[in-house]
Write a protein that binds this ligand. Structure first.
Ligand code: OFO
Length: 170
Protein backbone atom coordinates (compact mmCIF):
# COMPACT_ATOMS: atom_id res chain seq x y z
CA UNK A 1 0.00 0.00 0.00
CA UNK A 2 1.31 3.38 -0.97
CA UNK A 3 1.65 6.10 1.69
CA UNK A 4 -0.44 9.24 1.39
CA UNK A 5 2.45 11.66 0.92
CA UNK A 6 3.88 9.63 -1.96
CA UNK A 7 0.42 9.14 -3.47
CA UNK A 8 -0.22 12.90 -3.44
CA UNK A 9 3.15 13.60 -5.06
CA UNK A 10 2.55 10.95 -7.73
CA UNK A 11 -0.82 12.50 -8.50
CA UNK A 12 0.87 15.89 -8.90
CA UNK A 13 3.20 14.26 -11.39
CA UNK A 14 0.23 12.77 -13.27
CA UNK A 15 -1.03 16.33 -13.67
CA UNK A 16 2.36 17.51 -14.95
CA UNK A 17 2.59 14.71 -17.52
CA UNK A 18 -0.91 15.52 -18.75
CA UNK A 19 0.06 19.18 -19.01
CA UNK A 20 3.19 18.16 -20.95
CA UNK A 21 1.00 16.32 -23.48
CA UNK A 22 -1.22 19.38 -23.90
CA UNK A 23 1.73 21.75 -24.18
CA UNK A 24 3.32 19.65 -26.95
CA UNK A 25 -0.04 19.33 -28.68
CA UNK A 26 -0.35 23.12 -28.62
CA UNK A 27 3.18 23.44 -30.02
CA UNK A 28 2.42 20.83 -32.71
CA UNK A 29 -0.64 22.82 -33.77
CA UNK A 30 1.45 26.02 -33.99
CA UNK A 31 4.07 24.21 -36.10
CA UNK A 32 1.44 22.73 -38.41
CA UNK A 33 -0.19 26.07 -39.19
CA UNK A 34 3.14 27.90 -39.49
CA UNK A 35 4.71 25.76 -42.20
CA UNK A 36 6.67 23.20 -40.19
CA UNK A 37 4.89 19.88 -40.89
CA UNK A 38 7.88 17.81 -39.79
CA UNK A 39 8.19 19.54 -36.43
CA UNK A 40 4.42 19.18 -36.05
CA UNK A 41 4.65 15.40 -36.67
CA UNK A 42 7.48 15.17 -34.15
CA UNK A 43 5.52 17.07 -31.51
CA UNK A 44 2.26 15.18 -32.15
CA UNK A 45 4.30 12.06 -31.61
CA UNK A 46 5.72 13.50 -28.42
CA UNK A 47 2.22 14.32 -27.22
CA UNK A 48 1.48 10.58 -27.34
CA UNK A 49 4.64 9.86 -25.40
CA UNK A 50 3.61 12.21 -22.62
CA UNK A 51 0.21 10.55 -22.44
CA UNK A 52 2.02 7.23 -22.12
CA UNK A 53 4.10 8.71 -19.25
CA UNK A 54 0.91 9.85 -17.56
CA UNK A 55 -0.75 6.43 -18.00
CA UNK A 56 2.22 4.60 -16.50
CA UNK A 57 1.79 6.74 -13.35
CA UNK A 58 -1.98 6.23 -13.31
CA UNK A 59 -1.64 2.44 -13.40
CA UNK A 60 1.16 2.47 -10.85
CA UNK A 61 -0.85 4.50 -8.30
CA UNK A 62 -3.92 2.28 -8.75
CA UNK A 63 -1.89 -0.94 -8.67
CA UNK A 64 -0.34 0.06 -5.33
CA UNK A 65 -3.71 0.50 -3.66
CA UNK A 66 -3.98 4.25 -4.19
CA UNK A 67 -6.25 6.20 -6.53
CA UNK A 68 -5.09 8.26 -9.48
CA UNK A 69 -6.64 11.74 -9.55
CA UNK A 70 -7.17 14.11 -12.46
CA UNK A 71 -7.02 17.87 -11.98
CA UNK A 72 -8.12 20.94 -13.88
CA UNK A 73 -5.34 22.05 -16.16
CA UNK A 74 -4.18 25.48 -17.18
CA UNK A 75 -4.39 26.39 -20.86
CA UNK A 76 -1.04 25.66 -22.52
CA UNK A 77 0.85 28.45 -24.27
CA UNK A 78 -0.20 28.65 -27.94
CA UNK A 79 1.79 31.53 -29.43
CA UNK A 80 5.45 31.20 -30.33
CA UNK A 81 7.93 33.52 -32.07
CA UNK A 82 9.75 30.87 -34.10
CA UNK A 83 10.69 27.20 -34.28
CA UNK A 84 13.67 28.08 -32.13
CA UNK A 85 11.32 29.55 -29.52
CA UNK A 86 9.23 26.35 -29.57
CA UNK A 87 12.20 24.07 -28.94
CA UNK A 88 13.73 26.39 -26.33
CA UNK A 89 10.46 26.05 -24.45
CA UNK A 90 10.38 22.28 -24.95
CA UNK A 91 13.85 22.02 -23.41
CA UNK A 92 12.93 24.34 -20.52
CA UNK A 93 9.86 22.23 -19.88
CA UNK A 94 11.81 18.98 -19.93
CA UNK A 95 14.30 20.44 -17.43
CA UNK A 96 11.38 21.33 -15.20
CA UNK A 97 10.01 17.77 -15.48
CA UNK A 98 13.44 16.31 -14.70
CA UNK A 99 13.63 18.42 -11.52
CA UNK A 100 10.13 17.28 -10.60
CA UNK A 101 10.97 13.56 -11.10
CA UNK A 102 14.16 14.01 -9.07
CA UNK A 103 12.32 15.61 -6.18
CA UNK A 104 9.73 12.82 -6.33
CA UNK A 105 12.57 10.33 -6.10
CA UNK A 106 13.97 12.27 -3.11
CA UNK A 107 10.61 11.92 -1.37
CA UNK A 108 10.57 8.14 -1.92
CA UNK A 109 14.01 7.94 -0.25
CA UNK A 110 12.79 10.05 2.70
CA UNK A 111 9.68 7.89 3.03
CA UNK A 112 11.65 4.66 2.54
CA UNK A 113 9.32 3.74 -0.33
CA UNK A 114 11.89 1.79 -2.32
CA UNK A 115 9.29 0.22 -4.59
CA UNK A 116 8.25 3.62 -5.92
CA UNK A 117 11.90 4.67 -6.08
CA UNK A 118 12.56 1.66 -8.26
CA UNK A 119 9.54 2.47 -10.44
CA UNK A 120 10.87 6.03 -10.92
CA UNK A 121 14.18 4.77 -12.33
CA UNK A 122 12.51 4.38 -15.72
CA UNK A 123 11.53 8.09 -15.68
CA UNK A 124 14.99 9.17 -14.55
CA UNK A 125 16.54 7.44 -17.57
CA UNK A 126 13.80 8.73 -19.87
CA UNK A 127 14.46 12.32 -18.76
CA UNK A 128 18.16 12.03 -19.64
CA UNK A 129 17.14 10.93 -23.15
CA UNK A 130 14.44 13.59 -23.52
CA UNK A 131 16.75 16.44 -22.51
CA UNK A 132 19.58 15.22 -24.69
CA UNK A 133 17.28 14.85 -27.72
CA UNK A 134 15.84 18.34 -27.29
CA UNK A 135 19.31 19.86 -26.86
CA UNK A 136 20.47 18.22 -30.10
CA UNK A 137 17.45 19.57 -32.00
CA UNK A 138 17.96 23.04 -30.52
CA UNK A 139 21.66 23.03 -31.48
CA UNK A 140 20.72 22.18 -35.07
CA UNK A 141 18.13 24.95 -35.22
CA UNK A 142 20.65 27.49 -33.81
CA UNK A 143 23.22 26.39 -36.36
CA UNK A 144 21.03 27.15 -39.39
CA UNK A 145 19.75 30.46 -37.96
CA UNK A 146 17.49 32.17 -40.51
CA UNK A 147 18.61 30.02 -43.46
CA UNK A 148 15.40 28.79 -45.15
CA UNK A 149 16.98 25.77 -46.87
CA UNK A 150 18.56 24.71 -43.57
CA UNK A 151 15.23 25.08 -41.78
CA UNK A 152 13.50 22.99 -44.46
CA UNK A 153 16.11 20.28 -43.94
CA UNK A 154 15.66 20.31 -40.15
CA UNK A 155 11.91 20.09 -40.55
CA UNK A 156 12.34 17.00 -42.77
CA UNK A 157 14.67 15.49 -40.22
CA UNK A 158 12.13 16.01 -37.45
CA UNK A 159 9.49 14.32 -39.58
CA UNK A 160 11.78 11.32 -39.97
CA UNK A 161 12.37 11.18 -36.22
CA UNK A 162 8.63 11.02 -35.59
CA UNK A 163 8.08 8.28 -38.17
CA UNK A 164 11.05 6.28 -36.90
CA UNK A 165 9.23 5.84 -33.63
CA UNK A 166 6.28 4.45 -35.54
CA UNK A 167 3.71 6.43 -33.61
CA UNK A 168 3.33 9.56 -35.73
CA UNK A 169 -0.27 10.66 -35.83
CA UNK A 170 -0.12 12.91 -38.89
FE1 OFO B 1 7.15 13.10 -19.50
O1 OFO B 1 8.81 13.58 -20.15
FE2 OFO B 1 8.65 14.94 -21.30
O2 OFO B 1 7.75 16.08 -20.20
Amino acid sequence: MINEKVETALNEQIKKEEHSARLYLSMAIWCEVNGYPGAAAFLYDHTNEETMHQMKFVHYVNDRGGKAVLFNLEQPEGKFDSLMDVFEKVLQHEEYITASINSLYGLTVEEKDYTTGNFLQWYITEQIEEESLMRTILDKISLVGQDKAGMFHIDKELEGMAKNKGTATV
